[in-house]
Ligand binder design. Structure first.
Ligand SMILES: [Fe+2]
Length: 233
């Protein structure tokens, strides 16, 4: 079998339907330094600087490979775009989830529970005009499985969540150290090059609409929004 191409994160986002594609690109560009600095987890998978970006790129690449195989066997009740959207969003809290205390990576205050993670994800979607249907919300919430919401009375995870979980667990548990720093067996798989640079703010950057509203309220600073100059916060 010829190896499928390993796509970059931007190539994968380009496969998401509009209007969410452009909304996600705006979010990435506004938060790029934070996203490229973040770890994929505290310890268990892609736990290096840049690991969040690498994990998201991995799960979306796995989806691109798995989707046509499963869809050819039995038509799936969602599109590849749906799956890529959910996979992009499923760990969107992680770049803001941790902080270092005495050299140990711990959960930031307000980021301690699964419910708070999901709340944060929905806030990001709302702030950046990322439109989510109920099946997307279900997929984002249950990408890691049903966990404490399991009940023998009915299935909690929908079909989209089930597919997304397959992709997530493949990256987190089957291939937790991939992509390798070099010579990954999946040719062209690369880690995002991590370039240390100061992270200015622990919060997500605000949307363009909020930025322009603030600019009209106060004279513009010469330092950009989010720098802490007094015009921005
Ligand atoms: Fe994940």
């Amino acid at each position: 079998m010829t190896q499928p191409k390993y796509h970059s994160l931007f190539e994968l986002v380009s496969l998401i339907d509009e209007p969410n594609q452009v909304a996600i690109l705006r979010f990435i560009n506004a938060n790029r330094a934070v996203l490229q600095e973040a770890c994929g987890s505290s310890h268990n998978h892609q736990a290096w600087k840049g690991g969040w970006w690498d994990h998201i790129t991995e799960v979306m690449n796995i989806a691109v490979v798995l989707y046509p195989v499963l869809n050819a066997l039995r038509p799936l009740p969602f599109t590849l775009s749906d799956a890529l959207l959910v996979l992009f969003m499923h760990d969107i809290e992680k770049p803001w989830k941790y902080e270092e205390k005495d050299g140990v990576r711990v959960h930031r205050t307000g980021m301690e529970t699964k419910a708070k993670h999901q709340q944060f994800r929905m806030q990001v979607a709302g702030s950046w005009d990322i439109t989510l249907a109920d099946e997307h919300v279900n997929g984002i919430k249950y990408a890691e499985g049903e966990l404490d919401d399991y009940t023998p009375r009915h299935r909690v995870m929908g079909p989209l969540a089930s597919f997304v979980h397959m992709c997530d667990v493949s990256s987190a548990c089957l291939w937790p150290n991939h992509p390798l720093a070099e010579d990954d067996p999946w040719q062209s798989a690369r880690r995002i090059a991590y370039t240390p640079e100061p992270v200015r703010d622990a919060r997500p950057a605000v949307s363009e609409a909020v930025q322009s509203a603030r600019r009209t309220e106060k004279p513009p600073g010469d330092c950009g929004v989010g720098c802490g100059c007094g015009f921005c916060n």
